[in-house]
Write a protein that binds this ligand. Structure first.
Ligand code: PLP
Length: 403
């Protein structure tokens, strides 16, 4: 989201009041934006589609509670996320657990809780679940995360092809046979595919959905199995840096509706739950990362603003997960106006002891910025706080405030 659009939803003077009242550095999340994004997503999806929020994008408990109140289920990927999902009251029928490295402790809890689907990612994982179920005398709902052969995702973060994720097609027959053999305790739920993240072109997202449905159709026909659910993964992108055209939601809505009413899929998947599990799309734009300028100082050529935060708190701003080249996030300023009309170009550095700790470079802001002024980094609601090396250098943790 462009920052101008953000300020149409959350007025600048409101933001100014809030940041002056809290101790910085802080992440500030605005639930009115989460609601707006949730409504946009819901409107895009054909009737009956379910939304499972990918906790990893932002596991702040208040944010999770808010998203649950909108009706979302959960995509969890660790013991901590599984516990969080239960704590905030997501019904077990709406929790799926996906991840390539699930431990025995994690699998054991997922079985005890009876969650909707443990999406297995290897043959060994199926064997472990089978042993656990037999030892406990309890059943498990188990789906397969498929790593399809043909589709290599053109997204910044490749999640299919020769990666560690999912079960490859060559092993599918063996996986299905194992599940069938263990059917006294294993309840096969269906397929999960997540082909990548941050898709910003509607055509690519739609082509992924088509691919997943077609693959599911082929598998259901070839192995004569019923798919109780197909999880189409996340990957809905957002305009992080304010320089791209956002996802064309009306096009996605139209194409998804056409796809799902195609008689081939409609008949085959009439009783199949269709699930999407986006993270970034729902929460990225709700978050600001606010820091104070501690020092304004000259380098030999550059001018620096050293702030009381850094890449340890906001790895996203410093290059983040899956980015090849670091780009400047959009930055707002409080107070917005100074005495001078002129602007200068600044390097925004954090307080770590490494030269990589740069949150923005050549950033044009008014030339009379003073120590104590506040910088606001936009679109920091996803993969910000929780995806940062917070312990590095043992600084105090940034606050998280939900409004
Ligand atoms: N589902 C799975 C299995 C993932 O690995 C991820 C992200 O890594 C997501 C969903 C959420 O992706 P995004 O935030 O791009 O929607």
């Amino acid at each position: 989201m462009r920052k101008e659009e953000f300020y149409e939803i959350v007025p600048k003077d409101e933001v100014g009041r809030i940041v002056k009242d809290i101790e910085l550095p802080a992440f500030i999340y605005f639930t009115r934006i989460v609601k707006r994004k949730y409504d946009e997503l819901l409107d895009c999806l054909p009737k009956g589609f379910e939304i499972h929020y990918a906790f990893k994008a932002n596991p702040n408990q208040e944010v999770l509670g808010f998203i649950r109140s909108l009706g979302a289920g959960a995509d969890v990927a660790s013991l901590g996320e599984l516990r969080l999902a239960m704590e905030i009251g997501i019904p077990k029928e709406k929790i799926e657990f996906t991840g390539p490295g699930k431990t025995i402790e994690e699998l054991s809890l997922a079985i005890d809780l009876g969650i909707s689907s443990i999406n297995v990612e290897s043959i060994s994982e199926i064997n472990i679940i089978l042993d656990l179920c037999r030892a406990k005398g309890k059943p498990a709902n188990l789906g397969i995360r498929l790593n399809p052969k043909a589709k290599s995702s053109p997204s910044a973060m490749k999640m299919s092809g020769d990666t560690q994720f999912g079960i490859i097609e060559n092993d599918l027959e063996q996986a299905l046979a194992l599940i069938k053999n263990g059917s006294e305790v294993l309840n096969f739920t269906g397929l999960h595919m997540h082909l990548g993240s941050q898709f910003l072109e509607a055509e690519k997202l739609i082509s992924n959905f088509k691919f997943i449905l077609e693959k599911a159709y082929e598998i259901a026909s070839q192995y004569k199995i019923e798919l109780k659910k197909i999880n189409l993964g996340g990957g809905w992108g957002i305009d992080i840096f304010g320089n791209k055209t956002p996802l064309d939601l009306p096009v996605i809505k139209r194409s998804l509706s056409e796809l799902i009413t195609d008689s081939k899929y409609r008949l085959r998947f009439e009783n199949t739950r269709l699930i999407v599990e986006p993270g970034r799309f729902l929460v990225a734009e709700c978050g600001l990362y606010a820091v104070n300028v501690l020092y304004r100082k000259n380098g030999y050529k550059k001018e620096f603003l050293v702030v009381n935060g850094g890449m340890h708190q906001n790895y996203l701003a410093a290059g983040g997960i899956g980015q090849v080249i670091r780009r400047n996030l959009q930055v707002g300023l409080v107070p917005e106006n100074g005495c001078s009309e002129r602007t200068s170009k600044y390097t925004i550095a954090g307080s770590l002891c490494i030269p990589d700790d740069v949150l923005a470079s050549e950033l044009e802001l008014r030339s009379d910025i003073r120590e104590g002024d506040i910088l606001l980094f936009h679109n920091c609601g996803a993969y910000g706080y929780s995806a940062s090396p917070l312990e590095f250098l043992s600084h105090l943790l940034p606050r998280e405030v939900v409004i």
